[in-house]
Design a binder for this molecule. Structure first.
Ligand code: NDP
Length: 324
């Protein structure tokens, strides 16, 4: 079950490992007949328009994975690239073209946009995406719908976490959930989804006082911080479910040894590749937690699976509404 898991939390296995690879596969399998049915009726596949601006190496990898997985499922992609020097209006023109195109069902603008486009470029581009095609769920209309618990396209990473909790049979209603991180793309929508499922939710951030004590009250603890191994065992209530959203690349041997230990599989992987991924949760948390997600192989694969799911849903809903 944990074949894709390369040490880390899994190596300290006291906790049950929540496998995102396996669930992502199941989600894709469930989507396949819907993709086929849509294509049969519409005479074209569900289609995702992607904008990749600049030359961020991480973004290249994310976009490549999104295209590869879309292809494998029969979802068509239309990738537009812009150089890092392109002005904001070029990005806006592409989004407007996607908005107007009948045969484009979903629009994804890969973050980050190049700094030259301006500090508010991302907010302005998300403002421009048609809500019906907003498969990332980042537009103000999508965010507002989520606050009001109305149906809409929900940000992929938190939606993936909910799918994982449900698949694992983790009870949410009436439980105490703590979300560390308050970004618009992970922390806030995560907290809202848990709230709508009747958890009692606390949102923490960099100014939270006595973070370990607050976190240790959680039955469900979500770490979406971007700081490797910040969440140690003293943050975790015995038996709690720990969801590690963080994806941090470690390139210093010393740091790998300090977090994972000298004999760890992570260190062996580091010796081979010169870099490894680490979550926001320290591996010693797995000795206390009841269930925990690995990094990689936990939340990450579900994010793309949910993107595919949102694209199929957007295609179906646009068709029902008489578009596309
Ligand atoms: P952001 O940088 O936008 O937000 C990080 C949040 O963590 C902020 O709210 C910040 O607080 C808080 N924070 C930072 N330092 C601390 C600290 N020392 N103590 C408590 N809180 C702190 O990140 P994102 O939400 O975009 O991403 C979070 C992580 O999740 C990253 O590692 C990212 O790579 C990963 N990620 C993974 C995805 C996946 O598919 N698995 C998808 C998206 C993101 P404040 O607001 O006060 O600054």
């Amino acid at each position: 079950m944990a074949a894709a898991i390369e040490g880390g939390a899994a190596e300290r296995a006291g906790a049950r490992i929540l496998d995102g690879v396996e669930l992502a596969e199941a989600i894709r399998e469930r989507l396949a007949p819907r993709v086929e049915a849509f294509a049969g009726v519409a005479g074209r596949p569900p289609t995702l328009g992607l904008l990749l601006a600049g030359d961020d190496p991480g973004s290249e990898i994310y976009v490549r994975n999104k295209i590869r997985q879309s292809d494998a499922l029969g979802i068509a992609t239309d990738l537009r690239r812009l150089p890092a020097t392109a002005p904001f209006r070029d990005a806006l023109a592409i989004v407007e073209e996607f908005n107007a195109a009948d045969a484009v069902d979903g629009i994804l603008v890969q973050s980050p946009l190049p700094p030259g486009m301006g500090a508010d470029a991302e907010a302005r581009i998300f403002d421009a995406i048609s809500p019906a095609k907003d498969v990332d769920g980042f537009s103000p209309v999508s965010a507002g719908r989520l606050v009001q618990n109305r149906t809409g396209l929900v940000p992929c990473t938190p939606a993936g976490v909910m799918a994982l909790l449900d698949h694992a049979g983790i009870e949410i209603s009436g439980r105490r959930a703590v979300v560390i991180g308050r970004s618009d793309i992970v922390g806030k929508p995560m907290a809202l989804l848990l709230l709508h499922r009747h958890a009692t939710v606390t949102i923490c951030h960099s100014r939270t006082a006595d973070l370990p004590r607050v976190a240790a009250a959680a039955d469900i603890l979500v770490a979406a911080i971007g700081r490797p191994a910040l969440v140690t065992r003293d943050f975790v209530k015995p038996g709690a479910t720990v969801i590690d959203v963080g994806i941090n690349t470690l390139t210093e041997r010393q740091q790998v040894v300090a977090i994972f230990g000298p004999g760890s599989r992570k260190l062996a992987a580091f010796e081979r590749r010169g870099r490894v991924l680490a979550g926001d949760v320290h591996p010693d948390a797995a000795e206390v937690a009841g269930a925990i997600t690995p990094v990689p192989g936990g939340v990450g694969p579900l994010t793309i699976a949910q993107l595919l799911s949102n694209t199929v849903r957007a295609a179906e809903e646009r068709r029902r509404a008489g578009a596309g």
